[in-house]
Design a binder for this molecule. Structure first.
Ligand SMILES: Nc1ncnc2c1ncn2[C@@H]1O[C@H](COP(=O)(O)OP(=O)(O)OP(=O)(O)O)[C@@H](O)[C@H]1O
Ligand SMILES: CC(C)(CO)[C@@H](O)C(=O)[O-]
Ligand code: BAL
Length: 300
């Protein structure tokens, strides 16, 4: 290894072995961001309880940038009054260990007071594509997501932001916001990571009992059945997936479907029966008290 010279840049936050620099306030973040200088910077926004899906986002971020900032913030604005904001897992120490192992440079873990020092009067609304599917079942969800993502973009000023395909509608709505509001951020999607049994990894999987997890596998099985029927077109795809979900509705414990839909991956409008091209088969369902979402991109 060569000796450091006076022309070497200052050690970057999160330099080898050091672990990420953890910042909690906007001022600390501004200093950390300044220290990254002109390094191409990627942001990975998360709500913490990090798992293999988040690890893939960080790896993807590394491919597109020289420095990676992970935000960990359970955003109250995107939770409905009867949703799981209070019980959402918040294992910060374990998350920091994941970030250290993944070579993250900076972790931004603000409190609610830092992100929302007063009432949030001005918000970012998603328009029609945020009012269907997830937006219909979680009213205000995408307004909460877009508002906090805008704030994170303004605080971190990333060149690149990485989002998971697992939340396909969120990825599409964020892309649309960046386009419509001329945000200077390149949005990158990362493919869904699954456990060996097919279940998409998700922070909420920890809520599932062993029996619930077994029932929950119907989601990925339904998507697979839909994908296998891709050549038959939209009607065939939906009926193949629906058949699996109908059976799961009578399992113990049962799977209760919020929606199953085949949509355009950019606009999230339903595709018609004779559609040919790229689509995404999306599903949301409850198993016990846990709501899960999943999807598979398809070409018809
Ligand atoms: N299995 C996965 N594969 C790829 N990306 C994922 C996966 N799970 C989550 N992500 C992505 O990680 C980012 C942060 O998501 P979040 O922290 O809400 O995790 P989550 O596991 O989706 O949580 P939840 O269980 O609350 O839905 C999002 O861009 C999301 O799409
Ligand atoms: C993008 C996000 C971090 C905004 O709170 C959240 O919706 C998530 O974790 O997907
Ligand atoms: N994973 C998307 C964030 C949420 O469900 O609230």
């Amino acid at each position: 290894m060569s000796e450091p010279t006076t022309s070497d840049p200052a050690p970057a936050p999160g330099a080898a072995g050091a672990g990420p620099l953890v910042v909690r306030t906007a001022e600390e973040l501004a200093r950390a961001r300044a220290a990254l200088g002109t390094r191409r910077t990627a942001l990975v926004p998360t709500m913490g309880a990090l798992h293999s899906g988040h690890r893939r986002l960080v790896a993807t971020a590394r491919e597109h940038a020289d420095a990676v900032v992970v935000s960990i913030f359970v955003n109250p604005l995107q939770f409905g009054p009867n949703e799981d904001f209070d019980r959402y897992p918040r294992p910060l120490e374990a998350d920091l260990a994941v970030c250290a192992e993944a070579g993250v440079d900076v972790v931004f873990a603000p409190t609610v007071e830092v992100m929302y020092p007063g009432p949030q009067i001005v918000t970012v609304r998603p328009g029609a594509m945020g009012e269907v599917l997830e937006g219909e079942f979680r009213p205000g969800f995408f307004e909460g997501v877009l508002t906090v993502v805008s704030k994170l973009f303004n605080l971190v000023r990333p060149d690149v932001a990485v989002f998971g395909q697992k939340d396909a509608q969120q990825l599409a709505v964020v892309r649309r916001m960046v386009r419509d509001l001329c945000m200077p951020v390149h949005v990158v999607g990362a493919a869904t990571v699954r456990d060996p049994d097919g279940l998409a990894t998700s922070s909420r999987n920890v809520y599932l009992s062993a029996e619930e997890r077994r029932s929950a596998l119907a989601l990925s099985r339904a998507l697979l059945a839909g994908a296998d029927a891709a050549v038959t077109g939209a009607v065939g795809i939906l009926s193949a997936a629906r058949e699996v979900l109908d059976e799961a509705a009578t399992a113990d414990p049962p799977v209760a479907v919020d929606y199953l839909s085949l949509v355009n991956p950019v606009t999230f409008t339903e595709v018609s029966g004779d559609f040919r091209g790229d689509a995404v088969l999306v599903v949301a369902a409850w198993v016990g008290e846990t709501r899960l979402i999943d999807n598979v991109p398809l070409t018809l």
